[in-house]
Design a protein around this ligand. Sequence first.
Ligand code: FRU
Length: 484
Amino acid sequence: PVPTPQWRPVYHFTAEKNWLNDPNGLIYLNGVYHMYYQHNPFENKWGHMSWGHATSRDLLHWQHLPVAIPEIETKDTTTMIFSGSAVWDEHNTSGFGKHGKGAIVAIYTGHQPKQGKESQFIAYSNDGGLTYTNYTGNPVVDINKGDFRDPSVIWLEDQRKWLMTVAEPGAHKILFYSSANLKEWELLSEFSNQGDTRKIWECPSLTPMYVDGDPAKKKWVLMISSGNPDAQQGLQYFTGDFDGRRFINDNPAESKLFIDYGKTFYAAIPFNHLPGNKQTMIGWLVPFETPTHPWRGQMSIPRDMLLKHTPQGVRLYQQPAAVITSSLVKLPAAKRLSKKQFTVTGGLTLNNTKRFHSNAYWLDATFATGGADEFGFRIAQQKNGDKVVAETVIGYNAQRQELYITQIKDGNVTGNTEKMAVSPEDGKVRLQVLFDKSSLEVFVNGGEKVLTTLLFPAENATGLTLFAKGAVQVDTLKGWDLGK
Ligand code: FRU
């Protein structure tokens, strides 16, 4: 295979080499973000699933660490380490802690292909999450099924109990269990067949949140990944109440809410143990197209989750994690762009050979709608002389009130145009564009809606233009070049 360094993201996580899928066991401990992830340590394709491991202090720079939980091989059984979560067992409820300290406990699905079985396993770490010991009493939850996975566990302080949310993918069913010690689990209730059931249900999580940050308005968010890559949207969510046993959907069973309107964002889970009442998630960007080498699969930008009251009801908003945005101001001036109150008619080139030429940047612009039929950015432009021969257009169509992303080559649209409906807010549209070599995440109106996709531009396709069909008034434009 041909190496593809031109598509290796700069500020999105990839495994150093080989295959990666779902984020697992996201946990924040002592100022360090731990990310485990579905990983094949041996090949650049899915297989030998193990938990890879990396840590970060700013969610931008990651340190690669050795595989934390490898696939288990015994004489008659192969146990792959499928997706799951990690908790800090501060009060040593499990007894796995040593010397009066707690332990990190990982809860994952043991996938046993020879037995056609999936059940929930636990493993513990006494060295800060570097290495894990599998519990000898595994599995801890077993219902004798081949299709039963992705446990997400959180601590319920008021009940002083652990809560597990886990899926039966083909049955479109979520099961809730509780436990006092992470070893013995009691079934609480089931949630099934609501929302989007076109595809299997995987990687669920149930997260308590405050609407508009108000502790008096608590709601629970149930996220479920539902079947990429064919479904248009991969990740749905429900808002509702949790009475300690049961999740009660706020909305009618038929209503569908999605986290991302592209088809690559999948298997997202929130971090455990973040301070305050913050919730931050990371998703996997499914590598549905061009192969990359020697790595395959990347993570999304870590996204802060915010619940907002809207006229339509309570909705989940997303923003690139504040920890990251606050560190962008430290970039040298030459790597930044900032303009206020200007009008663009046609096009405005934003980069030159020195800056914003890396295909690894971040743009944040607020446009006043009204003057132009369409506006936005043309990125990854490839030129032949003055002529643009290939580009990706991120446009807002003011008439249709729709954001679209289209890839163009030699004047023709290649592949599908991805779209999502989103209305201006007070006559304005804000676009936050995170482009990183081969991934593109577009947050509209402060994260009311997000569209994520992948693109694989030629190495010299680095042109960047702000465009308008008509004349657009730009309130503010900011940019940060994160490339070399
Ligand atoms: C989601 C998923 C999970 C499973 C894991 C295996 O992408 O299918 O349901 O645990 O990947 O790698």
